[in-house]
Unconditional design. Structure first.
Length: 381
């Protein structure tokens, strides 16, 4: 069976690996990272970064399950590919004790038997002296099997393994998809028209270019702020975990410890847009990625960072633009669009850490296998 996986990002690379490993004739299609984003007029992806939070704790069964399954395979993927991407720095989730969010997380920890330390007030201050929290804050700290991943490196590792198992990778854009009798015809930017028996769409924020309005989802602009620190400051924060703080108003700003970026800078990364700005078409998406993000959001994030870490010595500032794709059920669209065209679309801001397991589910979907019941369980209140 000839299978095309469209989208060479985190979901697509993982799906291609599993399909190729199981003997399918697989072609992974998707362009690489643009050399000069500000001048690029083609497609973008949201994994162009050096740090994404990974953790087992999540209030929804689907996301907790796929996260823990993926984390359990990180070291095997690293060893098999020869490409490291996981830093076990630990993860801290905090918020007002007694809030619905924190009560739910404690319930998840018990339900899924996730090992975490429960810390309050003085205990938080003693364990994490570089953070300042309001009185009454509860912290759930996962010291193991949590931390952050380098999403670029993880994609490289997955593609390396897919190729090793016999897959092909065409670093091109798919211009059109024609689901005709007997096969699916894909027109590529450089290779002309190719025919496949089945197609899996792992196309993220740009999915409407191929799905049209067949699937309901929204794509929101997101800004991440980078705060450069010196090597000396990074050493002071060497034990810092990732942090997600759950605010009573529903906001959940996140923070990553010092990470060395490809250009040599050591940066803390913070995100948490307060407004969902929807992006509908290709022009809006491309313009957003080329913009590099919203400076007002970056300034707001800096205010939050200095309040959380008042002693932080910031040496420089930068920002990144990415997007998140949300489905109505807040889980990926693992959907049959036809007998031959299938989808694994919609990470909802959680997709990086659990992409290996979500990609495996996508491989099951395109092969026509029955997914487990939990893979259909919505993650909405």
């Amino acid at each position: 069976m000839r299978i095309a996986v469209i989208g060479a990002g985190m979901f697509g690379a993982a799906a291609a690996k599993y399909l190729a490993r199981d003997g399918a004739d697989v072609t992974l299609i998707g362009p690489g990272e643009p050399a000069r984003p500000a001048d690029h007029t083609g497609l973008f992806a949201s994994h162009y970064d050096a740090g994404r939070i990974t953790r087992g704790l999540d209030p929804w069964p689907f996301w907790s399950r796929v996260s823990r399954a993926s984390i359990a395979r990180y070291r095997v993927i690293e060893a098999d590919s020869g490409i490291p991407f996981f830093t076990e720095a630990g993860s801290l989730m905090s918020g007002p004790e007694g809030s619905a969010q924190m009560d739910r997380l404690q319930s998840v920890a018990r339900r899924d038997k996730i090992s975490c330390d429960v810390l309050r007030n003085g205990e938080l201050a003693a364990r994490f002296p570089y953070f300042t929290f309001p009185e009454g804050t509860l912290g759930l700290h996962e010291p193991a099997d949590a931390g952050h991943i380098d999403p670029r490196a993880m994609v490289r590792a997955q593609i390396t393994l897919a190729l090793r198992h016999g897959a092909r990778h065409l670093a091109e854009e798919v211009i059109s998809l024609d689901d005709r009798a007997g096969s699916v015809a894909l027109t590529l930017a450089g290779s002309g028209t190719l025919h496949f028996d089945r197609v899996l769409l792992a196309t993220g924020g740009f999915s409407r270019l191929l799905t049209g309005e067949q699937l309901p989802f929204k794509v929101f602009a997101r800004t991440a702020a980078l705060f450069e620190v010196t090597a000396q400051e990074a050493a002071r924060l060497s034990e810092m975990p990732t942090l997600i703080h759950l605010l009573p108003n529903g906001e959940d700003p996140y923070l990553l410890p010092p990470i060395r970026y490809p250009d040599g800078r050591i940066c803390l990364k913070m995100g948490g847009d307060r407004v969902d700005r929807e992006l509908r078409d290709r022009a809006e998406l491309v313009d957003w990625f080329r913009s590099g993000g919203d400076p007002e959001v970056a300034a707001m994030l800096e205010d939050q960072l200095t309040a959380r870490m008042p002693g932080l010595a910031i040496a420089g500032r930068d920002r990144l633009a990415c997007v998140t794709t949300y489905t109505p059920d807040n889980i990926p669209h693992l959907t049959d669009l036809s007998e031959r065209v299938h989808s694994v679309i919609g990470g909802g801001g959680r997709g990086a850490k659990c992409s290996d397991e979500v990609g495996r589910l996508g491989a099951m979907q395109v092969r026509g296998e029955t997914l487990p019941d939990w893979a259909r369980e919505a993650a909405v209140a």
